[in-house]
Design a protein around this ligand. Sequence first.
Ligand code: T4K
Length: 391
Amino acid sequence: MPSQSMLVTKPYLPPIEEYIKKLEKIWETNWLTNNGPLAVELEEKLQEYLGVKHVVLVSNGTIAIQLALRALEVKGEVITTPFSFAATTTAIMWEGLKPVFADIREDNFGLDAELVEKKVGRKTGAIMPVHVYGYPSDVERIDEVAKKHGLKVIYDAAHAFGVKLGDRSLLSYGDAATISFHATKLFNTGEGGAVVTNDDKTAAKVRSLRDFGYEGEELAVVGINAKNSEFHAALGLCNLPKVTEAIDHRQFCAKIYDDHISQLFGVVRPITPAGIDYNFAYLPVMFESEELLLSVKSDLEKAEVFTRRYFYPALNTLPYVKYQSCPVAESVASRVLCLPLHNSIGVSEVLKVCEVLKKSLLDQQPKRLVGMRPWAVDSGYPWSFRNLKEN
Ligand code: T4K
């Protein structure tokens, strides 16, 4: 069995005594679920921490997308990204809607707003971009396109916990944003998620939809059970005060990765954009080719370092969707690998990953004299990418 910390991620768990203390409250009140006091407390604390008006807790980040689509009464087609976890697409499909894929920008992994606009048609009901790895999508331009065509925007912000653009929470853009509190996320409640919105009516609708469609005593709409329990909320209440420290630790480790990886040929790392408070949710690297990625991944595995191909394959190539060509996403999806990064990874472990990565790259390109082109240049986006230096 490999050392746990060499997995791509490791869920944060608080000291067990802290959790037991919270559990004692559940035993005192005998209140286990159905919007209990701990769930209410967590919603309030999250609203304050994230700087948003409504955080409506639900049972996971996938159902959060479904409830947001329902609450905003989206019909027809949803223009979305092919570079994400499958849940973005499948949640759209579970709501009986059709995903229409626009291609992404290579410099921020997010939807290209100009290509989104080209896909807008008679049946378009909404746009669903994803802030992949917590890097902000082109929110201003996407919101402009949506306004121009009278479309709703729901950001799948599953990775964007705590990210800010200037002083503003990234979660406050669009008609709603959805987030995941799954075990593997920066902030986790085991399973869990939320719909985030600044609109009172949308929040009230989601609250009703997650609770069988109840509005007070009345069964007003077709709802579902998407509530989360007091046990999950208790874990969230223990984990929330640790998030700032966790982000600092991740940033520190990401800097070590950056310092080492910037000297290597055949691989690049995004630079954190100026003007954002980033959360270091993931540690993506992009290889020059899929072949190189596969060789390095295999060498890392031999050294018991377990990485993940988040997000492969591109979602427009899934067998259950109608294929629409998205060359940038297909290329990026084939070349990106996420390296281990989590709240408790040690410096020596990060250095080990860097060392194995370096050796693997040198073994595979012994005669390499010049680095590949930077990931993206002159994109006009608020960030550029690390240039490769000679080793
Ligand atoms: N939108 C986006 C953009 C998303 O990325 C996601 C989920 C969603 C929507 C939907 O949110 P949820 O409905 O899940 O709340 C994981 C997660 O299950 C998934 O939540 C996440 N995104 C996705 C990116 O990754 P896997 O298949 O990689 O998980 P798994 O079980 O292989 O775990 C990854 C690593 O973490 C392993 O190396 C082992 C370690 N691990 C995992 C768990 C669950 C542990 O050490 N302990 C654990 O309890 O999907």
